[in-house]
Design a protein around this ligand. Structure first.
Ligand code: PMP
Length: 432
């Protein structure tokens, strides 16, 4: 690679041949402005860009890199798997091993189907829920993201009885007419929706800890009522744990809610990110009874050329083996909490309103007085301040998510010294 290569030159070259210069929109820095960093390599907690600048990485590929980059055990497993073959289009023992490793930690899931992206997993989970219930209506919540399947790119209509509107061009209004969008953590709205259309609801899909509007937990009363209403009306509760799965706890967010709500479990679970360890892999699972509706056993069709890919499953399996080791999550959670507490302390000392929250290796912070409970309050302000903070941190070698409405991720590779350096950078950034 030429030493004269700059991020700006690469961005210009990229924009000529790739729309916006990126293969996923948030990478383009549109929200925060400026030039995206083109990453040359990453190791442990660090990424290095095309100009040789090193960053402490708090994105971790948007969640998957829970062990940090290039973990030796994962690298070795991937290298060995690659020499054995990239893809067969036939079943392998490793798929069974990975599925067994996932199921072992998530008692609500008896069977699982592997796919290649979170989008695919969420889309398939909805088809499964609709097929299993024989109903069409889907409820989702404002600020939750479940991938870019047509039926999920929708914002709320003017009232509960009105249809939602597509949030993307290219999605016909008819395609989202079976999707109802409600406010996150709003129990009354939920009750109203079930009272109005309970018998038509196939499923309710929710991020138990939302990571696509920064970091917002679903409240215990909200989750409790959601579970009750789904059960009473015969709708399936689908937890999208693509981000929270194996990231906030070994048993995923559902294990945390099961501790707070007696008998709590979802009907369907969606996973991605950590279970692939950075390779394209995701999954959806449920009880055996629900999963029997899937082809080849049942009438709900779903398939994939690269599903259960042998290199991706090796990567996921090696990652899960590391995070299942005793004490892993306690150490990760302590590190993440140290970062978030530290940010709050530094901000307080600098006279800047900032609140944060975290669980396991996932965190969020807001330039606000109190933690938001839904999308509207997340987006209520602080954008300008966040954008300036983001760039000030980037200039000091700390790579945060380039948008206020994204969560952050700490890996096992982040050292106390990395966290200290981050807090030091935050102090100067906030002062400026
Ligand atoms: N669900 C959630 C909760 C997500 O955070 C994401 C991606 N950030 C997806 C689904 C979609 O996953 P993918 O980008 O792998 O398609």
């Amino acid at each position: 690679m030429s030493t004269e290569t700059t991020n700006a030159a690469l961005f210009e070259r990229a924009q000529a041949v790739i729309p916006g210069g990126v293969n996923s929109p948030v990478r383009a820095f549109r929200a925060v402005g400026g030039t995206p960093r083109f990453i040359r390599s990453a190791q442990g907690a660090y990424m290095v860009d095309a100009e040789g600048q090193r960053y402490i990485d708090y994105i971790g590929s948007w969640g998957p890199m829970i062990l940090g980059h290039g973990h030796p055990a994962v690298l070795e497993a991937v290298q060995r798997a690659a020499t054995e073959g990239f893809s067969f289009g036939a079943p392998t023992e490793r798929e069974i091993e990975l599925v067994e490793a996932i199921i072992e930690q998530v008692p609500s899931v008896e069977q699982l189907r592997l796919v290649s992206s979170g989008t695919e997993a969420a889309m398939s989970a909805i088809r499964l829920a609709r097929g299993a219930t024989g109903r069409s209506l889907l409820i989702k919540f404002e600020g939750c993201y479940h991938g870019h399947a047509d039926a999920l790119l929708v914002k709320a209509g003017s009232g509960l009885a009105t249809f939602g509107h597509p949030t993307s061009a290219g999605v016909p209004a008819e395609v989202v007419q079976h999707t109802m969008v409600l406010e996150y953590n709003n129990v009354e709205q939920l009750e109203e929706a079930f009272a109005l259309q309970g018998a038509e609801i196939a499923c309710v899909m929710v991020e138990p800890i939302a990571g696509n509007m920064n970091f917002v937990r679903s409240s215990v009363p909200f989750m409790t009522r959601l579970r009750q209403l789904c059960t009473r009306h015969g709708a399936l509760l689908v937890l999208d744990e693509v981000m929270s799965g194996f990231r906030v706890a070994l048993g995923s967010a559902q294990s945390l809610y099961a501790k707070l709500i007696p008998g709590f479990k979802p009907d369907v679970s969606v996973f991605g990110k950590v279970i692939g360890g950075g390779m394209p892999l995701a999954a959806f699972g449920a009880s055996r009874a629900v999963m029997q509706h899937l082809a080849p056993l049942g009438p709900v069709y779903q398939a994939g050329t690269l599903s259960g890919n042998p290199v991706a499953t090796a990567c996921g399996l090696a990652t899960l083996r590391e995070i299942a080791k005793p004490g892993f999550f306690d150490a990760l959670a302590a590190k993440t909490k140290r970062l978030v507490d530290g940010l709050e302390t530094v901000a307080r000392e600098e006279g800047v309103p900032l609140v944060g929250d975290c669980e396991g290796g996932m965190f969020g912070f807001f330039f606000a007085e109190s933690l938001p409970q839904n999308y509207k309050t997340v987006m209520a302000g602080g954008t300008e301040r966040f954008n300036r903070f983001f760039h000030a941190m980037l200039d000091r070698g700390v790579y945060l998510a380039p948008a206020m409405y994204e969560a952050g991720f700490v890996s096992a590779a982040h050292s106390d010294a990395d966290i200290d350096a981050t807090l030091e950078a935050a102090r100067t950034a906030l002062r400026a």
